[in-house]
Design a protein around this ligand. Structure first.
Ligand code: AMP
Length: 451
């Protein structure tokens, strides 16, 4: 089986602005939480495309000098999430190609579920691949398509792929933005105050560059950006919305509007629901920063139990989840989170986190709080047990590493050494985000995969 390493990322596209690459750069800063391993931008000056990409944070990859070489009014950008896969620079995006119609660059957030099949077929027909990224399949499909215009080739190619994709394409003169028919991953459209358009994975990018939210790119929709024209919309696929509920639980930034709703408000609602289904008498509610903050505020407001800052987070250390070995992950949790000893000593504490994946973080947190003198530690999780891996673009480990796939809630509680543990149930989660199982993907909690 081929390894796919193109997942859980952020994409951005800027069209028709004289500082396109700079705006793409600022947008990538706002979207950094969606991927810290690599970053890249391609820009077009109408005649040529230029790409700069490298491993590392946006701030490390770019500087004033490099950005100045990315000239032109159109640009696309990407931040890539760290995975256990190949970390070669070749696997950074945008993916650039020269083909018979000219030049193009692509950025992709999501995961093609039939990538291996498509790739084997392409290889049999003589294609040569440079990376493990499923996005490269798309380049070959576009290059091989017999249609005359790029837009028709994009449609042709995307009909061959299945799975989750929010894509932005850049040609020498045009930009294209597209979402798969399920709309798993978000993609929003905005208008830049002093001219031009932006598409981005999350609207927090719009706020930073002074753009106004227009609407989401619809599931199954392709938007074409051409000079001096409003974006043209084509319905490529009949939409079957199955938005990713985990975007609300963990992935998106609270100041973003995702799938048309405020992420902050959705997370607060989860906290309110959690306080109803798993109440307990305590001296304070504290969040695991930063993910647990909005739900802890919701829990506190609904229960009347004071909200306190009980854990300090060191913001200069990356996410703990991304380290490949268990040993490294343990060490990183210690470096990242410290107890506010004076606040929590001798207190009964409710700790709110958004999810438990392997259990490392919760176990370490409970231990740390107890060592700092907390009398009782009650863990409350603002989503249901994560029992199944995601094949549509969120980095979750295999089932054997997912603690909730292998232990009951009581067993997990024992493992993390908490005085009690409770999760939000599926119905309460759906209610919190105004969703139904029909229009949201809940596979990571239910194992119900649509494809
Ligand atoms: P773990 O220690 O494996 O149980 O990880 C749980 C922590 O990771 C929680 O604090 C979550 O906020 C966070 N988390 C959950 N899902 C992800 C993900 N896909 N990528 C990175 N971190 C995550």
């Amino acid at each position: 089986m081929l390894e796919n390493v193109n997942e859980k990322c952020a994409v951005v596209g800027i069209f028709g602005h004289k500082k396109a690459s700079k705006l793409a750069y600022f947008s990538l800063h706002a979207l950094q939480h969606r991927g810290q391993e690599a970053a890249g931008i391609s820009s077009s000056d109408g005649e040529k495309l230029k790409t700069i990409k490298d491993r590392g944070l946006v701030m490390r990859v770019f500087n004033e000098e490099k950005l100045a070489t990315l000239s032109g009014t159109n640009a696309i950008g990407h931040t890539r999430y760290s995975t256990a896969g190949d970390d070669s620079i070749l696997d950074a995006q945008p993916v650039f190609a020269r083909y018979d119609l000219g030049e193009m660059a692509i950025v992709h957030n999501g995961n093609f579920t039939n990538a291996d099949e498509v790739r084997s077929d392409l290889i049999k027909k003589g294609a040569i691949f440079q990376t493990f990224m499923d996005t490269e399949n798309l380049i070959h499909l576009i290059a091989k398509s017999e249609k005359e215009k790029l837009v028709d080739r994009i449609i042709d190619a995307t009909k061959r792929i299945e799975g989750a994709f929010s894509l932005v394409f850049l040609s020498r003169t045009k930009m294209f933005a597209m979402r798969d028919r399920y709309g798993f991953r978000p993609l929003s459209l905005g208008r830049i105050a002093n001219g031009g358009y932006v598409v981005a994975s999350e609207t927090c990018a719009f706020d930073l560059i002074g753009a106004e939210f227009i609407r989401d790119v619809e599931p199954g929709e392709l938007l074409i950006f051409e000079q001096d024209k409003a974006p043209i919309s084509i319905k490529v696929f009949e939409p079957i919305p199955k938005r990713c509920i985990f975007e609300y639980v963990y992935f998106s930034r609270p100041d973003s509007k995702v799938f048309g709703q405020s992420v902050y408000q959705m997370r607060k609602n989860m906290g309110v629901e959690l306080s109803k289904i798993a109440p307990i008498k305590a001296d304070m509610v504290i969040p695991v920063p930063d993910g647990g903050v909005p739900a802890a505020i919701g829990y506190s407001q609904a229960s009347g139990i004071p909200y306190e800052m009980g854990i300090m987070r060191n913001h200069y250390i990356g996410r703990t989840f991304i380290e490949p070995t268990q040993e490294m992950r343990d060490l990183k949790v210690k470096m990242k989170l410290s107890p506010m000893t004076d606040t929590i000593k001798d207190k009964i504490i409710i700790v709110i986190d958004d999810s438990i994946v392997r259990g490392t973080t919760s176990r370490r947190i409970v231990k740390m709080l107890k060592e700092a003198g907390a009398k009782e530690v009650h863990m409350r999780i603002s989503s249901p047990p994560t029992t199944d891996p995601c094949f549509y673009g969120v980095d979750t480990p295999n089932k054997d590493k997912l603690i909730a796939a292998n232990m009951t809630v009581e067993e997990i509680c024992e493992f993390i050494e908490a005085d009690s543990l409770a999760y939000l149930d599926s119905d309460s989660l759906l209610r919190s985000v105004n969703a139904t199982e029909d229009n949201y993907c809940t596979a990571c909690f239910t194992g119900k995969y649509i494809i």
